[in-house]
Design a protein around this ligand. Structure first.
Ligand code: SF4
Ligand code: SF4
Length: 385
């Protein structure tokens, strides 16, 4: 397993591959609910820790608040001391300073540890950033650090670059965790975010490197491009090498569910040439062509500009189209349908549209939004869990 530096502040050396504990193996319980399959999860986590992975990422909310507990149980008995644990507290459970502390104490108990190597504010979003500052969350985290309960202070982020820049510049973070992958390089926090974090000495951790698994199995036109340069190399390896190429990236998190995935990924990240600067000019060109090909496979030319918002009914128009397009791009609607289920629970799905037409007049792409929303709803509905 190749090791990489973790920014310039904490002095950690971490495995280039980190285990994300949000997609642990699951099973159905006696009441028909999906729960973590603990025996399989223990096996997976322990194998990872014994075979070179020394970075584990979890969060307060993953797997209905059981992920931290499963990780803690799996690492008990000698493995915990050998690895770094990063976990996150979401802002929506930080009602008071007392809550922030109680949540951390609860997390420490679940993880069966006295300290957390990196503690994140989970999923900072532009609408809440001012409130996070006003509520003095970072100051609270600093108290935890002074008490030895946490070692690094960090944040995870899923939004656009301007707010990322604002958050990154505001504080001397130990780490920033962003979604990045081949097809999101112009979206989300972007390549510029990786460069900025590197300049600041902030460790950069990448999540969703395979875009929810979508990049693992390239469609025929993308596979053809890949095979011209490196015949037989898997889509998974292409996606990982794209990110490994950035020297600023410390760890790439992958939510592995099976031993097969875990072993395949460990092998990729252990290759001597799977290091920063690993891409040749021909490989970079192939990745650019692959990205353009993926983009050409979308159903709606939505750029995510958000000019159509706000919708008076609360429909997340670009969010709906993003999932719809993702299904076409990766020829797989499972992940978009699952995300759409959460959107529906928030009341932001396409079924809330009353066809007022206000959004269509504002769309620079002149998308027939009402009609496309109906098609997207039909394709994305139906996920149950
Ligand atoms: S047409 Fe539908 S999606 Fe567009 S603004 Fe009106 S209610 Fe919202
Ligand atoms: S205005 Fe059009 S292109 Fe922009 S997010 Fe809305 S639907 Fe997409």
């Amino acid at each position: 397993m190749n090791l990489r530096k973790y920014g310039k502040k904490l002095g950690y050396e971490v495995s280039a591959l980190g285990l994300g504990c949000m997609r642990l193996p699951r099973k159905t319980d006696a009441e028909g609910k999906m729960i973590v399959d603990r025996e399989k999860a223990y096996e997976l986590i322990r194998y990872a820790a014994q075979n070179g992975i020394n970075y584990f990422d979890t969060a307060y909310g993953y797997h209905n608040q059981t992920s931290e507990e499963v990780l803690g149980e799996a690492l008990e008995g000698g493995l915990r001391e050998k690895v770094k644990i990063a976990t996150k507290q979401p802002f929506n459970v930080m009602t008071t300073q007392g809550d922030i502390r109680r949540n951390l104490e609860n997390t420490l108990k679940k993880l069966r540890t006295d300290y957390i190597d990196v503690y994140l504010i989970h999923n900072i979003q532009a609408p809440f950033w001012d409130e996070i500052k006003r509520r003095k969350v970072i100051e609270e985290y600093e108290k935890f650090r002074a008490e030895g309960l946490i070692r690094g202070i960090a944040f995870s982020y899923h939004g656009e670059f301007p707010c990322f820049k604002d958050v990154l510049s505001f504080y001397d973070w130990d780490m920033a965790q962003i979604q990045q992958n081949l097809v999101d390089i112009d979206h989300e926090a972007t390549e510029e975010a990786i460069r900025m974090a590197g300049e600041k000495g902030t460790a950069m951790v990448i999540m969703e490197p395979l875009r929810g698994g979508g990049l693992a199995l390239p469609p025929a036109p993308v596979k053809k491009i890949y095979d011209e340069v490196a015949p037989g190399r898997s889509g998974v390896e292409w996606a990982f090498r794209h990110l490994l190429n950035y020297p600023e990236v410390s760890t790439i998190l992958s939510g592995m569910t099976t031993m097969e995935q875990l072993k395949e990924n460990i092998a990729i990240f252990s290759k001597p040439d799977a290091v920063a600067g690993c891409l040749s000019a021909a490989e970079k060109q192939a990745l650019l062509r692959a990205k353009t090909t993926y983009e050409s496979m979308t159903a709606v030319p939505c750029t995510g500009c958000e000019y159509c918002l706000p919708c008076p009914q609360g429909v997340s128009i670009p969010g709906v189209f993003s999932g719809y397009n993702e299904g076409f791009m990766f020829e797989n609607f499972a992940q978009p349908q699952r995300s759409y289920m959460f959107m529906t629970r928030r009341g932001a799905d396409a079924s809330k549209c009353v066809e007022c037409g206000a959004c269509e007049a504002k769309c620079p792409q002149q998308i027939a939004i009402v009609a496309e929303l109906k098609k997207a709803h039909a394709k994305l509905s139906g996920w149950v869990e």
